[in-house]
Structure formats: C-alpha cells, structure tokens
Design a protein around this ligand. Structure first.
Ligand code: DX5
Ligand code: ZN
Length: 235
C-alpha cells in the first residue's frame, strides 16, 4: 500500500530452456520478487509449473519467491509447496470453501510454515471478500485479467478494486502489500493501479517479451514511482 513499488516478473513468460539466465537478468535489473504461476489445468484452463520447479528455483536465486497458486484444493497441496519455504504464497479465495473456514485455514497453514500469506481475487469477486481476513494477510492480489494465461489485456476498472482494498485495509488499521497481476507494463494500467495503491506489480510478457528485459523492469519501476508520486502531490 504505497510502499516502494516492486516488480514481480512472472517466469511463465521466461525462456524455459534458459531459466537460470533469465533469472539473473531480472535479479540484476532490480526485480523485487520472482512470480511463479502454478496452474493445475482445473482451477484454470492451463497447466504450468509445480513443486519440483519451486524447489529448484529456491536453490538458484536469492530473490524472494512469490508463488501464485491457481489450483483447486489448495489445502491439500499447500504443504508440498511450503516445504520449500517460498517467501510468499498466495491462494485464491474462489478455490476455498469459505463457509467451512478454509480461507482462514490456508492463511494459517502458510504462516505456520514461516511464509507470508496472500489472498487472490479473480476479476469477478468483489474486493469486500478480503475484508474478514485483511488483518492477517501479508498481501492481497487483485487479478486484472482472468487467470490462466499471460499476454492478456488489462481489465479496465481493476484499479477501483485496488482502491477498495486500500479502504478496507485502512479501516482495519493494517497495510498489506497490494499486488496486481495481468496486463501490466510501463503503461497506463500500471499508472492506474499504482495511483490507486498497488505496490507489487506482476509482469510476464512486458518483461520477458521485451528485447531489453532489464530496461523493461526499470521502465516499470519508473512508471510506478511516478504514478505514486503524482497521487502524493495531489493529496
Ligand atoms: C495469469 C498469471 C499472470 C500472468 C501475467 O493467470 O497469473 O501472472 O503470467 O502475464 P502478463 O503480465 O503477460 O499479463
Ligand atoms: Zn500470476
């Protein structure tokens, strides 16, 4: 929430045959996290990375791993991921049965493993869904595309959801990180979400699809800082 903006390049868009090289590029460029998109082909219509990948990634980089679990039954699989101590693990509210206390349980499991906990919302879920958990969350992830694929267009209006999460957090007297994922780059979408209070920006194609990936990270940081500064000036 208006902390120094951090870029979390999504390695789903990296070159899988040269993963270590691509990780070094984003490390040197000043990325804040490595965003790992785990998809199970069930919760979302795509199948990507899993536990062995997280395990190996943790061995080759000092950057904090930011694991975005787009899977059904996260409670079953969480222990496998937590064993490798990623910095942040984010589960989707839609994948958990709230009435059975599963959201609380997932957050607690993540914390018990010594990791930070994030709760993600697909575009159709209201920001208010995070309200009951806001005090124990380290991060809220606002999806600005329907999860499943990189390279999609930012859904206009996602910045309003970021603003609502900020309101909910302020009302509770807490300041979790607010991450936005989908369609971001050195572009208007990043400007809009940062002005609204986002501080962790996921970027797949904007970073790894760029000819100069380090420059793409720098350009995003600059765009995000300028957007935050413009809000402070207006305030
Ligand atoms: C989408 C994933 C995103 C995606 C971002 O389901 O969660 O992290 O890879 O890709 P871009 O930045 O290309 O929209
Ligand atoms: Zn993601």
């Amino acid at each position: 929430m208006f902390t120094q903006p951090r870029i979390a390049p999504s390695i789903l868009s990296a070159d899988f045959m040269n993963m270590e090289r691509d990780i070094r590029v984003i490390e040197e460029a000043g990325a804040g996290f490595v965003h790992v998109d785990v998809m199970d082909g069930h919760f979302v219509p795509n199948l990507t990375l899993g536990v062995p990948f997280v395990k190996q990634l943790a061995r080759i980089t000092e950057l904090p791993l930011d694991v975005h679990l787009m899977i059904s039954n996260p409670l079953e699989q969480l222990p496998w991921f937590l064993e490798h101590k990623p910095f942040m693990v984010t589960v989707h509210a839609e994948a958990l049965d709230e009435s059975a206390g599963e959201i609380d349980r997932a957050i607690d499991m993540i914390h018990e493993a010594g990791c930070k906990a994030g709760l993600a919302l697909k575009p159709d879920l209201s920001a208010d869904a995070v309200a009951p958990y806001i005090e124990k969350l380290d991060m809220v992830l606002v999806m600005s595309v329907y999860p499943g694929f990189s390279g999609q267009k930012y859904i206009e209006g996602s910045q309003d959801k970021v603003a609502r999460v900020v309101e909910i957090a302020r009302a509770a007297g807490v300041a979790p990180l607010i991450q936005v994922d989908g369609g971001l780059g050195a572009n208007d979408a990043t400007r809009a979400v940062c002005a609204a209070g986002a501080d962790v920006l996921v970027a797949g194609s904007a970073v790894f699809g760029a000819e100069d990936r380090a420059q793409a990270v720098h350009a995003m940081i600059e765009t995000a800082c300028a957007a935050q500064a413009s809000v402070r000036k207006d305030a």
